[in-house]
Design a protein. Sequence first.
Length: 196
Amino acid sequence: MLAIFAAGSIALGAGTAGEAPRTETPGSAAPAGAALAAQAPAAKTCLSSGDGYLRAHLGGAIEAEIDWPNSGTVCAGEPKIDPAGVRLSFRRVSGARPNLLFLFGLTGVREGEPLHNAGANLTIIVQGTDRIYGTRGDSRCAVDSLTQRRLGGEHEYRVEARGFCTQPAHAVRGEGTVIVSRFDFAGIVNYEEKSP
């Protein structure tokens, strides 16, 4: 599970508000998106309990109404350190148009505890291209509410959250913005995983 987040450090490097994602060399954005897609788990469902999902409304450079059910959606999650919280990823196994990977970094989330009014860092990758959009910090999006339910593993939880963005995610390279006016999801976080 760690591989998906390690490969995505280019997009999630903006752990603190206002910090730009790390893009060390020209053209590095495209390989990062490809690596994230290639290293995602092979599972064909998000949650074994059958109730995972991602819903979101996107406007701007990407116009899309996302309504991904548990079946055919791959999700993963782990704790993050700076700032402390969790990060989760969602993508479709195949056939999604546009072919998007969503990465949410949520600040202040602790194992098993509910949360309200938390900051959210959002990165959207158009897989197979060099198009990456990021909020570059957790001040542009917020989580209204977040609940957790323990799953089979001792430190595995179903994390369900609802939120919105007040400002757009900007293109990491080039121009363009994507505004995510609302998002809802239920995914998995394994608190035994250690973030690098």
